[in-house]
Design a protein around this ligand. Structure first.
Ligand code: PGA
Length: 248
């Protein structure tokens, strides 16, 4: 499987800076043939890009969104339609990021968003992970199993299940400079792969996220069960992100 790299820019950049960085990535990012890069700027930047025409809109990477509403259209003030995202060329959508969960999103809602994305043949990047207290109490495996059960509590026959990308992001590792041990993340993906094999008979792409940097990226990518990385802070720098995507 080719490696997948996600740049999650969160809400870190002013619009002009975000557009400038997209341009820099467009011309200077060195993407190997067997790598898939997905850049997730904020919604406003996506809208600007969509409004551009011709060459300006063409990138050597895929565009992703950081969230979506659970319906294509409807009374969802402040939300963004996955259908509209698809129409502007966004095929990947991060769902259930811990920063969205902190803002109140729960597994049942995230499940609706996953289903809506699958119906539209989009690729949901579904985030899960345990908190610091859960890790301390050695509950990681239990928490992951519960999250999987709740997030993917749907029809086994869904043909688009193979679109699902899983991002294991331990909450305590996000933005803290305290990455998970690569071997521990590898074990968590065993649970995830077993769940998907048993329930859906497919293997999802498995990404690790949480304080990934130029120094530790290779040690994650070497792990048998890790198919790629979800990068936050270090994806805001062309040179650092370039190093990360070329470290394997
Ligand atoms: P980080 O963020 O790489 O800055 O830890 C990862 C994420 O939250 O997606």
């Amino acid at each position: 499987m080719s490696k997948i790299y996600i740049a999650n820019w969160k809400m870190q950049l002013k619009l002009a800076k975000s557009l400038a960085l997209l341009k820099e990535f467009k011309y200077k990012l060195e993407i190997k043939r067997n790598a898939k890069v997905i850049v997730c700027p904020d919604f406003l930047s996506l809208g600007y890009i969509a409004a551009q025409i011709g060459q300006e809109r063409i990138f050597p990477f895929h565009l992703g969104a950081q969230n979506t509403g659970q319906l294509d259209k409807g009374a969802l003030t402040g939300d963004v339609s996955a259908l509209n995202l698809k129409k502007i060329g966004v095929n990947y959508i991060i769902l259930g990021h811990s920063e969205r969960r902190q803002a109140g999103e729960v597994n049942s809602l995230i499940k609706e968003k996953i289903l809506n994305c699958l119906n539209l043949n989009l690729y949901p990047i579904v985030c899960l992970g345990e908190s610091k207290a859960e890790k301390k109490a050695k509950l990681t495996n239990k928490v992951i199993a519960r999250q999987l059960k709740e997030l993917f509590d749907f029809n086994k026959e869904n043909k688009r299940i193979k679109n699902i990308i899983i991002a294991y992001e331990p909450l305590w590792a996000i933005g803290t400079n305290l990455a998970c041990k690569p071997e521990d993340a590898n074990m968590v993906f065993e649970i995830i792969n077993n769940f998907f094999a048993k329930k859906f008979k497919v293997k999802p792409a498995c990404l690790y996220g949480g304080s990934v940097n130029t120094g530790n990226a290779a040690s994650f990518l070497k792990q048998e069960n890790i198919d790629g990385l979800l990068v936050g802070g270090e994806s805001l720098s062309l040179s650092k992100f370039n190093k990360i995507i070329n470290s394997y």
